[in-house]
Design a protein around this ligand. Structure first.
Ligand SMILES: NC(=O)c1ccc[n+]([C@@H]2O[C@H](COP(=O)([O-])OP(=O)(O)OC[C@H]3O[C@@H](n4cnc5c(N)ncnc54)[C@H](OP(=O)(O)O)[C@@H]3O)[C@@H](O)[C@H]2O)c1
Length: 487
């Protein structure tokens, strides 16, 4: 520990020592070969960290100037401060002191378009800017997160080994890859979070259907999830769902899930995913339904006003409980495949729009450890993209096609049951609707095109010949060929 460093001794620095920054700094310091410089705007946080963790050998600074002086060249500083204005303030401070070739890393949850802007500004000053998605929360930051860096290949040359040293390890491989240039890392992290929303909502719907359909208590459903975690659904989220459902509230003796207010919060990355997917024209309906379900849950006044609205006349019970539980498991797996397929569609569209060369199989690989959506299932996605890098839709890959084939009858049963029983299952049912839509040989979009041509002369194309056409709806209703486009 050295409070007033004079020599450049650290190969990496961390700015921002709240929970994420402190844990990442400790993780970095614990790995062979790293000497970690630390700085926080308010000295008290730095002091606490270096006092509580003398073993880390941190090189601590009271001023940003000392911090910069403590870094070996090319300097590399990881910013872990409040996203938005806080990040811009620290970037400005570092940019004023850094020299050509130095590297500023933003490990916060930045919107990828901000990262594109910041990278461009840094590049114009000769600096490297690496927007990096870091997933896994506090625990992941300390013990091994999944790391999604963007930025230049040159910067990744220095950072790759450092990131690899602190990342989670899945089946012997560190959960980090150079995602692509400028905002690619934060874009992929955003989609990861969107998929996480869908995964969580689908699991919540499965729980609700089992509980309402079979009357099983939360602890019994915990056993069902623990069992599911041994099969194709094996994942961190299924594992923690069992833990949450098993928990008893110390104060009331009730299942904890029954005393938690049923209004789900969010920090915004799910909303960003949906907003950007809308801009890209990609239907991420599973993710969108998950975001909307949280929004609906958080409208107590509307829910109270609507609570007296009529539901189904007949009460609903399941005859064969074991069969129903298995149907729900299969419906969950099929819906999950749809959510991931949609998420990867958004990654493909984003890569195309922003000019990133994103290796889809590598992305699935680095999500296998450290992050919230970690799961065995991700290996199947990597396999699918390795077998066919140009795969147009993930759910058409042989493994997923077969999985859905085995699940679809159950999926339809469960969605039909839910509708009849009046149990909200927006993510299950919208995923099935997406599946049926994408596989349909013919869609009623033809009628929509006819309507658009009727009221707005938007024109249409025909299935039997080239060209763009318009019917003279307010005239004699003959068809004319039009010079415009039908889209
Ligand atoms: N928490 C998580 O699970 C998680 C997971 C992944 C990513 N992230 C992202 O990681 C980043 C850090 O998260 P966090 O929860 O550790 O901290 P945070 O509560 O988001 O931010 C607090 C830190 O930001 C610093 N800060 C704020 N404004 C500043 C400014 N204008 N100039 C300099 N420093 C400023 C604070 O310094 P002072 O001590 O001086 O106030 C403090 O170190 C965020 O972008 C967050 O979204 C968080």
């Amino acid at each position: 520990m050295n409070a007033t460093p004079t020599a450049a001794t650290a190969n990496i620095g961390v700015v921002g020592l709240a929970v994420m920054g402190s844990n990442l700094a400790r993780n970095l310091a614990s790995r062979e070969g790293n000497t970690v410089a630390v700085y926080n705007r308010t000295w008290a946080k730095t002091e606490t960290l270096i006092t509580e963790h003398p073993e880390a050998g941190f090189v601590a600074s009271k001023t940003i100037e000392e911090f910069v002086a403590s870094l070996e060249k090319p300097r590399a500083a990881l910013i872990m401060v409040q996203a938005g204005a806080g990040t811009d303030a620290v970037i400005d401070e570092l940019s004023a002191l850094f020299e050509e070739g130095d590297i500023i890393i933003d490990g916060g949850n930045a919107l990828f378009t901000d990262t594109i802007r910041r990278e461009k500004a840094a590049r114009e000053k000769g600096l490297n800017f690496v927007g990096t998605g870091i997933s896994g929360g506090e625990e992941g930051a300390l013990n091994g997160p999944s790391i999604m860096p963007g930025g230049s290949a040159e910067a990744y040359e220095k950072l790759g080994p450092i990131f690899a040293s602190i990342a989670a390890v899945a089946e012997g491989e560190p959960c980090v890859t150079h995602v692509g240039t400028d905002g690619a890392g934060h874009f992929v992290k955003m989609i990861h979070n969107g998929i996480e929303y869908a995964d969580m909502q689908l699991i919540a719907e499965a729980y609700d259907l089992i509980r309402q359909g079979t009357g099983a208590a939360p602890a019994e459903i915990a056993d069902i999830f623990a069992e599911w975690n041994k099969g194709e659904l094996e994942s961190y989220l299924i594992e923690i769902t069992a833990e949450v459902l098993r928990q008893t509230d110390a104060e009331t003796g009730k299942p904890l899930v029954d005393v938690i207010l049923d209004q789900a919060g969010s920090k915004g990355t799910g909303v960003w995913t949906v907003q950007n997917a809308l801009d890209l024209g990609i239907p991420v309906s599973g993710i969108a339904e998950a975001v909307f379900a949280r929004a609906l849950s958080s409208k107590p006044a509307q829910r109270a006003a609507a609570s007296s609205l009529p539901g189904p006349a007949e009460p609903w019970t399941v005859d064969d409980k074991a069969t129903f539980v298995e149907d729900v498991r299969r419906a969950l797996y099929a819906s999950k495949i749809v959510a991931y397929s949609q998420g990867f569609d958004a990654i493909i569209a984003g890569a195309e729009k922003y000019g990133w060369d994103i290796k889809k199989g590598e992305i699935a690989k680095i999500w296998r450890g450290g992050c919230i959506i970690r799961a065995q299932f991700l290996n199947r996605i990597t396999d699918a993209y390795n077998d066919d890098p140009e795969l147009v839709a993930l759910l058409t890959a042989p493994y997923f096609r077969a999985a859905i084939e085995g699940a679809q009858e159950s999926w339809r049963q469960v969605v039909a049951h839910a509708a009849k029983a009046g149990i909200p299952s927006p993510a299950f049912s919208s995923s099935l609707a997406y599946y049926d839509g994408i596989r349909a040989p013919r869609l009623p979009a033809a009628l929509v095109q006819g309507q658009r041509d009727f009221f707005g002369a938007h024109t249409y194309q025909r299935v039997d010949k080239e060209g763009t056409f318009h019917t003279l709806w307010s005239g004699d209703r003959t068809e004319i060929e039009s010079a415009g486009s039908s889209h």
